[in-house]
Design a protein around this ligand. Structure first.
Ligand SMILES: *Cc1c(COP(=O)(O)O)cnc(C)c1O
Length: 402
């Protein structure tokens, strides 16, 4: 039989790491909801602790349900091994803690997920860690930002909320030249649309809260490494810091992953139709979507992504008031942060997530007053377009009123 790693991704999501249970014939991986595992005798316990014998000890260190999930995503990303975490931020922090020492420097994407940046600026800085957040979509800026004490290159692509795209293999070349690991936050794409390890990255992380679980009902994360040394280092950090996942949470994600391909295909085809609709709408200034030729990094997206994905941002006319009008007038599309779920979610950064950030700082990060972020779900595309059309119509009325 062919090895699972040689099979198609549609087969991998359903079968990788998920053999029929040898004890009971259970077709789905059971939820091993236990905190601890009994030793047969003192010798057995001693051998498991010393690593002489394989086996489970305690769920924070390892658990069969969690292992199934880690194996599945490792196969999807074509990695060496994986570590499932209690949240996406737990994965991000495990990476930071494992590779940054006092006096070290990190180079990262300026539009990286908010908390991934804030935790460096406010917390890691207390331990003497230095940072440069740069527009990594420009490789020259990446190269320029590297210093002798740079120990980590951390990128997110596509990044929020401008959907800016960074050339992964270009960054891998820079990282290799300076002998530092390249970490890619692949949350926006999922392994179905982008596999950074194949493009030269050393470590991939995901907020599995998003596309991998895909049902907006779990918070979870994962780290996949390309080599054994990085895995061993990260495992030590994660286990001792306690950022590991719970078995039931792991099982829910494993269940969500089985439909990853179906969900992403449908969301993506809806997104393409919506992006085209928005691009031709008189109340929309511009649309940023990797499937449109107007996207500034359209060519890089085509080179490294297997599809444009389900996320876009667009600028509505009427500034903050225009954005708020759209938020208040959508019906099927839900007004909420997060993304990658089966339902469409919309948010307006200038009045919501970034409302406390001063206007100049916001604009510097590309977050203009009328920018709306949309995560397209699996509903009927016509219903979604009708919903947006109705909400955009209301901007006109408001502009007339003013
Ligand atoms: C949501 C998100 C995270 C953080 O994940 P949590 O599961 O919320 O902790 C990290 N990176 C990106 C790109 C995200 O979208």
């Amino acid at each position: 039989m062919k090895d699972i790693s040689d099979m198609g991704l549609e087969t991998k999501v359903i079968h990788a790491g998920q053999e029929v249970d040898p004890h009971t014939g259970c077709v789905t991986v059971p939820i091993y909801q236990t905190s601890t595992f009994a030793f047969k005798n003192a010798e057995d316990g001693a051998e498991k602790f010393s690593g002489k014998k394989k086996g489970y000890i305690y769920t924070r260190i390892g658990n069969p349900t969690i292992k199934a999930l880690e194996e599945c995503v490792t196969v999807l990303e074509n990695g060496y091994a994986g570590l499932a975490t209690s949240s996406g931020m737990s994965a991000v922090n495990a990476v930071y803690t494992a590779f940054l020492d006092r006096g070290d420097h990190i180079v990262s994407t300026s539009a990286v997920y908010g908390p991934s940046r804030v935790v460096i600026e406010r917390e890691y800085s207390r331990f003497g860690i230095e940072y440069s957040f740069v527009k990594t979509e420009n490789l020259e800026e990446v190269e320029k930002a590297i210093k002798p004490n740079t120990k980590l290159l951390f990128i997110e692509t596509p990044a929020n909320p401008t959907i800016s795209i960074t050339d992964i293999s270009g960054c891998a070349e820079i990282a290799r030249k300076h002998n530092i690991p390249l970490v890619v936050d692949n949350t926006f794409m999922s392994p179905y649309l982008q596999r950074p390890l194949e493009l030269g990255a050393d470590i991939v992380i995901h907020s599995m809260t998003k596309f991998l679980n895909g049902h907006s009902d779990v918070v979870a994360g994962i780290i996949i490494t390309k080599d054994k040394e990085h895995y061993k280092r990260l495992k030590k950090v994660l286990v001792n810091f306690g950022g590991t996942i719970d078995p039931t949470q792991a099982w829910l994600v494993l269940r969500g992953i089985k439909t990853l391909v179906l969900r992403v295909e449908k969301s993506q085809s809806n997104a393409m139709k919506i992006a085209e609709f928005l691009e031709n709408h008189p109340k929309v200034e511009w649309v940023r979507y990797p499937g449109l030729k107007s996207h500034p990094q359209y060519e890089i997206a085509k080179k490294q992504q297997d599809g444009p994905g389900a996320l876009m941002s667009f600028e509505v006319k009427g500034g903050i008031a225009g954005g708020k009008t759209v938020m208040d007038n959508v019906n099927i599309i839900t007004l909420a942060v997060s993304l990658g779920g089966i339902e469409s979610l919309i948010q307006h950064p200038a009045s919501m997530t970034h409302s406390t950030v001063p206007k100049e700082e916001r604009e510097e990060a590309g977050i203009t007053d009328g920018l709306v972020r949309l995560s397209v779900g699996c509903e009927d595309s016509k219903d979604l377009i009708d919903d947006l059309a109705g909400a955009l119509e209301k901007i006109k009325l408001q502009l007339k009123d003013n």
